[in-house]
Design a protein around this ligand. Structure first.
Ligand code: ACO
Length: 428
């Protein structure tokens, strides 16, 4: 492909460089467009806009490829653990034994969350959505860790990073324990990272914690599969908030809010609620397929479709297999899983879904695993946030280290032209 692009406006011809990434993706570099032509581009939803150059995650939606720092998601899900993947995403390389040990030990030193934070979480009504609670609690952490805000050196960034990797799982566990009416407790620094999260979430006040290898393995894998996904809605939010130098925790809190929406991470809760509704309605999948295709009906098949994947979502493939084997191992027969499989089969044969390249996404089967693990449905998106944490951190760190400018898109104004002010008495 030529490394130049040409644009003709009003008889003038302008030349722009074409840049190419390591996987041969190309982009027209329009940094000088407005300065040289006085015009801007418009692209609602950023469907054709690259917001940055990034070395973290590569995905090819047509081929169903997802790689973190060059490693295939299938290999990482099979061979790595979540903390190794977090290190890989944030620092660029898989850690050796010593590096991983130091990373975990630095995280452990920061695992205390100020007791005053318990008062904040206690003040929320029991019915508050856990995503709202998590976002607020993450923001509240800033008040207790002010030195984490103004970080420009790599060392200061590292401290902010290990702090949040230590404290965020405590917030997640407290959020779930609030939903379940259980006391807010701390973890156990002698345990592995994910095992500790499992303990903090599930330990019953009157029982010894018993390690559950199956559950920990399933949780670890789900967290890896959610760990990063390049410039999606929440990640772009984290980068854009961080670009004002607002600090890591504030950027993450904004990212959590962006993830909450049902068109993004909130879909995992919406999928399970949809499957439950279909089950309660007699399991008539055909009826819901028809609703999803009816343009006068706002109903969408939740967990289907993706802005980028137009072939299959490689994460969905792994999760479907994991859901099958976990339910098998736990001896659970869940009618919801059968409904999900039925819907998937029908959709994959239906021209409406085939023509629009709509396939199950990461959220379609993840809720079935969360449910089997005993996680309440309103906590599903919180679990997604826990998995996405290293990705958000990695993207924020990359943005800061590259000294990216503040994010500030342009617009095309379509409102009223200048008009004289009308005093209130004269208004109609
Ligand atoms: N059910 C029925 N029809 C759908 C669905 C669906 N789940 N998804 C897309 N379509 C249809 C649209 O109506 C549209 O049809 P048209 O061309 O006849 O108008 C066409 O497919 C293209 O859909 P868009 O909404 O334009 O695609 P976009 O890339 O903007 O949206 C999105 C992607 C938001 C994921 C969409 O597919 C959707 O709403 N899916 C359901 C929600 C969901 O599962 N979200 C999780 C995504 S994964 C994640 O964020 C972690």
């Amino acid at each position: 492909m030529s490394n130049k692009a040409y644009l003709e406006i009003g008889g003038e011809r302008y030349e722009f460089p074409v840049i190419t990434g390591t996987e041969n993706e190309s982009a027209v570099d329009i940094k000088t467009l407005r300065a040289s032509t006085k015009i801007v581009t418009i692209d609602p939803g950023y469907k054709n806009t690259g917001s940055c150059e990034s070395a973290i995650t590569f995905l090819n939606g047509e081929k169903g490829i997802l790689r973190y720092r060059g490693y295939a998601i299938e290999e990482l899900a099979k061979h790595a653990d979540f903390l190794e993947v977090a290190y890989l995403l944030i620092f660029g390389e898989l850690p050796n034994g010593e590096q991983l040990e130091k990373f975990l030990s630095d995280i452990r030193k920061e695992s205390h969350v100020d007791e005053e934070m318990k008062k904040i979480i206690d003040a929320f009504p029991r019915t508050a959505h856990p995503m709202g609670v998590l976002s607020s609690m993450t923001s509240a952490l800033i008040a207790f860790n002010p030195s984490s805000v103004n970080v420009s050196s790599e060392e200061a960034m590292y401290h902010a990073i290990v702090r949040i990797l230590a404290k965020f799982p405590v917030l997640v566990a407290w959020t779930m324990r609030k939903v379940m009416g259980l006391p807010r407790e701390y973890g156990d620094n002698s345990l592995g990272y994910v095992e500790n999260i499992h303990k903090m979430m599930f330990r019953h006040p009157h029982e010894e914690y018993r390690k559950d290898d199956l559950a920990i393995e399933a949780l670890d894998q789900l967290l890896i599969l959610h760990a990063d996904h390049e410039q999606n809605c929440s990640t772009s939010t984290v980068r854009i908030v961080g670009s004002s130098h607002a600090g890591l925790f504030a950027s993450l809190s904004a990212g959590i809010s962006a993830l909450w929406g049902p068109l993004h991470g909130g879909a995992n809760q919406a999928v399970l609620e949809m499957l439950e509704a279909i089950n309660e309605d007699g399991g008539d999948t055909a009826k819901y397929m028809a609703k999803a295709k009816d343009k006068s009906d706002p109903f969408r098949l939740m967990g289907f479709g993706h802005r980028v994947y137009k072939n299959f979502d490689p994460r969905a493939k792994i999760i479907k297999k994991a859901a099958d084997s976990l339910l098998d191992d736990l001896g659970i027969e869940d009618p919801i899983l059968d409904i999900a499989k039925g819907l998937e089969k029908e959709a994959l044969e239906d021209p409406y879904f085939v023509d629009r390249k709509l396939y199950p996404n990461v959220d379609f089967y993840s809720g079935i695993i969360y449910r089997a693990l005993g996680i309440p449905v309103e906590m599903f998106t919180v679990m997604f946030a826990l998995g996405r944490l290293p990705g958000w951190i990695a993207q924020w760190r990359e943005m800061r280290l590259r000294n990216e400018p503040i994010g500030r898109p342009r617009q095309i104004y379509i409102g009223a032209n200048e008009r004289p002010f009308v005093p209130i008495k004269k208004r109609k």
